[in-house]
Design a protein around this ligand. Structure first.
Ligand SMILES: Cc1ncc(COP(=O)(O)O)c(C=O)c1O
Length: 291
């Protein structure tokens, strides 16, 4: 995964090698910042407005003052792709922190936020989209403000690592048996033709793809029910899937020792995958569902 040469640093376009961070930086020392990951298909952003809106919500929630408007943010991000002549599938990573200052828990006075953004190539996970992935269950030990896309990802990192060590792709997080989301994605259960998922409360990240899936379900006349399901309820699931900007709509075929839908992606998941591909105007790739 190599970073394209032009990056944004402090709202300037510079070469990636010129980024130079001090030791005393709030993001590095406290995780005192927020971020976004935005999907790119064939050099075009998918759900740019939604991600920029969420960046502003996250920054406001932790009292970081942004010195640019949403419109300027979108313009900079579009220009970033142009300057890199980016025309393939990839993502932008964008981070804003409370800035560089002598280490002290208290917010520093008169310190501008640090912002950077860079672009990388990321192919679509076609094999996983077609065949589904395995998951583990894991306690959700995160804080009470999971709707903020904060840099503090240690519980997520530890859960994902445990999934990897069990040859799985994701960890399904639960609070006392109630499923919230996954370590880096939202999760859904299908039962009797209806989609169930945790309400968009403070306990989950309000995924941009989740927002689209809600709309796809409406358009397809599939009930989308914002009601949490439990780890026990997974045993009766007809289908299970997860979503994120890099995973798209990804079928889950095992949870711990349990096999879902005979170990294959189910019909509602496939329908949502097709709808996603149309919505994201994905061209030139074989449909995930036919691989
Ligand atoms: C914890 C968590 N939940 C959900 C998501 C999905 O969000 P989105 O659809 O905006 O990519 C992510 C994405 O990184 C995440 O980290």
């Amino acid at each position: 995964m190599s970073v394209y040469p032009v990056i944004i640093s402090q709202m300037k376009f510079v070469h990636r090698d010129s980024l130079n961070y001090p030791f005393e930086e709030r993001g590095l020392q406290f995780g005192d910042g927020v971020y976004e990951v935005i999907r790119i298909y064939s050099g075009q952003y998918y759900l740019l407005d939604e991600h920029v809106d969420r960046l502003f919500r996250s920054a406001e929630a932790i009292k970081i003052e942004l010195t640019f408007t949403k419109e300027e943010c979108r313009e900079y991000l579009l220009e970033l792709l142009k300057r890199n002549k980016m025309d393939v599938d990839g993502k932008v990573y964008l981070q804003v922190t409370r800035g560089s200052a002598t280490r002290d828990h208290v917010f520093p006075a008169d310190t501008p936020a640090n912002i950077y953004a860079y672009v990388v190539k990321v192919p679509r996970p076609l094999g996983k989209l077609a065949n589904g992935v395995g998951t583990i269950t894991h306690p959700d030990v995160r804080w009470d403000y999971c709707y903020i896309k904060s840099l503090n990802l240690l519980p997520n990192v530890l859960a994902k690592q445990e999934a990897k060590e069990n040859n799985c792709y994701e960890a399904i997080l639960h609070k006392d048996g109630v499923v919230t989301e996954c370590s880096s994605s939202n999760v859904y259960l299908v039962k009797d033709g209806k989609i169930y998922t945790h309400p968009s409360s403070k306990n989950i990240l309000h995924g941009c793809v989740r927002m689209r899936i809600e709309q796809f379900a409406k358009d397809l006349n599939i009930p989308f029910i914002e009601e949490p399901f439990t780890i026990g309820g997974i045993e009766d699931a007809d289908e299970l899937f997860l979503s994120s900007s890099t995973s798209e709509v990804l079928p889950i075929v095992t949870v711990d020792d349990l096999t879902i839908n005979g170990g294959t992606p189910g019909p509602i998941t496939k329908k949502l995958q097709e709808t996603y591909e149309k919505d994201a105007q994905i061209t030139g790739a074989e449909p995930a569902t036919s691989k």
